[in-house]
Design a protein around this ligand. Sequence first.
Ligand code: NAP
Ligand code: ZN
Ligand code: ZN
Length: 351
Amino acid sequence: MSTRAYGAHAATQPLQALSIVRREPGPRDVQIDIAYCGVCHSDLHTVRSEWPGTRYPCVPGHEIVGRVSAAGAAVDRFRLGDIVGVGCMVDSCRRCDACGDGLQQYCVNGFVGTYNGRTPDAPGHTLGGYSQRIVVDESFVLAIRHPVEQLASVAPLLCAGITTYSPLRHWNVRPGQKVGIVGIGGLGHMGIKLAHAMGAHTVAFTTSEAKRDDARRLGADEVVVVKNTAQMRAQGGSFDFILDTVAASHDLDAFTRLLKRDATLCLVGMPDRPHPTPAIAPLIMGRRTIAGSLIGGIAETQEMLDFCADKGIVCDIELIAAAEIDGAYERMLRGDVRYRFVIDTSTMGAA
Ligand code: NAP
Ligand code: ZN
Ligand code: ZN
């Protein structure tokens, strides 16, 4: 059936209203009427072809929340009316070691992205959550336990939440540790909230002096403005873990030098241009590591949603109409987002 969406026909074109077709739900499919969809910086990277391989028309959006409006006969985890979410993946091979370990994001045969992934459905690639309806296999649908009034603020947990939660868990962030979060955008503001909730002494690193007070409110114990070299030097060699969420190419040495011996700088930001090659000496001298991390598996995404529901954690959002997406992208590029734009899909008109 056809549904309203927002997407682009080319990298250089603004997003526009589109009509797209969703498959009829199969036996294991859940049909979701999307209420809200978050705007991730990856949406911008993809729709503007900053990363290679974008297929058009491109309908971004992988921070999806809504209500189940139909379910196939074999669906047993969801019922009509349930509040659910969909994140960055809608399928994977389900046979490889990574899938067997519940790490579908590292599927060796390639997971199917919620947008720009290969699918037998027309037009041959997946179309994402900037739309009013989506049909997804129930294995990739998440249950949401937050109060329904918070739904718009829950949407960005589906990418920004899990992408920061997963590395914080993997590197076993815990009370007594000092943890840095670099970049206070969609991912970074969740990194601050989650590191704080896990009991770590949390330090926010920002290029924006104006975010200092917000960072404290979000849960940071300290805030460092990265261009202040004296403040940066004062933090040298003191971190157990640093999570870098910055969406642009930048100097990593400033952060590797802040790590303790054996500690890790984990990158989750994926800029369109590479970072300058990091210096090796700070790595060798302190047996330090630079690592990366990709979103999180389905089971861990459910764990994160439940953790956030239990602790009352949601995202700080600015709700926008679909027609405002391009303006939101421009603000995101300036680092001017407090702290995630979320699209109200009812502004796309009647389905
Ligand atoms: P965002 O909301 O735009 O936040 C990025 C933040 O980086 C900005 O708010 C800004 O914070 C900081 N920044 C510093 N210098 C910048 C510059 N020159 N240009 C832009 N930002 C700059 O982006 P996001 O949605 O959090 O995504 C961040 C990155 O993670 C993107 O590259 C995205 O594609 C990637 N990502 C990766 C995964 C994964 O699985 N690994 C998942 C989702 C997204 P300050 O003002 O505090 O400096
Ligand atoms: Zn994302
Ligand atoms: Zn697999």
